[in-house]
Design a protein around this ligand. Sequence first.
Ligand code: GLN
Length: 275
Amino acid sequence: MIELSVAEALDRAAELTDVSDSPRADIEMLLCEVLDKPRSWLFTWPDKVLSAEQQMRFEQLLMRRVQGTPIAHLLGYRDFWTLRLKVSPDTLIPRPDTETLVEQALALLPDQPARVADLGTGTGAIALALASERPQWQLVATDLHPGAVSLARENAQACGLSNVEIRQGSWCEPLSGHFDMIVSNPPYIDPDDPHLDQGDVRFEPLSALTAEEKGMADIRTIAEQARALLQPGGWLLFEHGYDQGELVRHLLQALGYVQVCTHRDLGDNDRVTLG
Ligand code: GLN
């Protein structure tokens, strides 16, 4: 086997240009994982040579990445908000855009006790981020899929968050009592969207990505169910597609929600609508 230095390993990012939007960041993350070092180490020691074992592991991970496996699945985790969350093929991989929903939820309710529900929680990302920022809130997170429920519970425990309860069931069904806020990042992609054949989404469950009615069916179901569970003055927040802001605003208004408005994500796309 020919020796491989850190600098040479970083140059292998060139092999990822077809499969990844961020080849350089991907290769850095794989290398940090294999070497068990922080990112800064890579630039301090460019001439260090990988051990045979490290090189073999690096080649294996790189090969799987070239074949399309998401970085988060290769590493087994994804950082979201301030938390490191375990991920699995059972759920969506948390995305930076979803932090917009967390920011809006925190901004809406002042620093007081509140009951908050997160529907279709997946890894638990939104519920756990909120629980970590607001220890005085009581979070209830639901998910239909047992694999997601156990993953979210595992993440809650690993993050040391005891103010989150994860329940199995469809959207609002496992909930009782009233809530000050209900949030959700439901499936919202049109099942015919050609982007489903590209990138990380190929490795995520379709049940977490797509919904009938051009992606609107689950948003509609949740908006209808949530009305009965919200306190007077309570808030409903959705993440949705960049082109669904107007549809979601109209839906919420038709169902009697008021103060309906849409916020943009880091890429300046409509992403979160609340009412
Ligand atoms: N924003 C994600 C994507 O476009 C989809 C997330 C979702 O369906 N909730 O890949």
